[in-house]
Design a protein. Sequence first.
Length: 329
Amino acid sequence: MNRSWQQLFSESVLSPEQLIERLQLPPESLSDLISGNRLFQLRVPEPYLNRIIPGDITDPLLLQVMPQIAETIATSGYVTDPLQEKSNNPVPGLIHKYKSRILLITSGACAVNCRYCFRRHFDYQDNALSKERIQQVQDYIQQDTHINEVILSGGDPLATSDLRLKQLLNSLEQVTHLKRVRIHTRFPVVIPQRITDDLIEILTASRLKVVWVFHINHPQEIDPLLTEATKKLIQAGMPVLNQSVLLKKVNDSANILAALSESLFDAGIQPYYLHAFDLVQGASHFNVTDEQAIRIWQALQKELPGFLLPRLVREIPGRSSKTILNTDI
Ligand code: SF4
């Protein structure tokens, strides 16, 4: 029997012991996994586990989700809020950094807990979007006519029920100067079953144009289920873009990134951003320096046509847009 996305979500692997057993990892890695897990809880759903090669401790998908002892080591220069989002949080649940768009912390939950997440220390409890806060958000956007786009983020916005998403959309639609809703999500990547006909119906019924931005870092993350889900979104008239994060030992090579862009395009997804790593505490083992990032991007440029080349960017707090890294060094 096919399991619903809610079942797959609730049956996710949540403990180091389960992960070791399910993926036949060396039992001696247990204490390292437990140490890392204390700081940020492990979460991996079944459809994603199925794409990890059992017994391979270097699998690039495993490295993204497996807690490690390195997470417990305090590294100078790494902080809990690398993008200084706390200072751009005028209403709880709302982050306003750029002139024409705001970001909503639609949910504090994710379908997968990525070890390198720049929001791994974020205070989701203080930013939960209650019914009253949705009204506050609507009022905030209403008084600023520069804002024409809302980014649903999190956590993962698709961890929210369809009903809540519909209520949120209904509220946003009241603001006449809003044109678009962008959905930043990793949910359909790790649980493609989240893309249901009901969800598509809710989104296409809105007067707001919906744009998807997936988060895929490695070609091994793209499977037939994800491709099928993406096709449904595109057929319903919603563009699907992708952003990746450049991560040490996961995708820090031009060959892997070129294969990723090709696979994305085959699945109907447009490569968009390649993010330089944000220096978040607990994830220093993923760091790729800007200089290395630029070298990798230059090699990537030689492999791909321009339309498959993601923009190499870094978010620098206080700037009015993302910064394209200087690729002429
Ligand atoms: S899905 Fe996104 S928000 Fe959630 S842990 Fe991964 S990177 Fe962070």
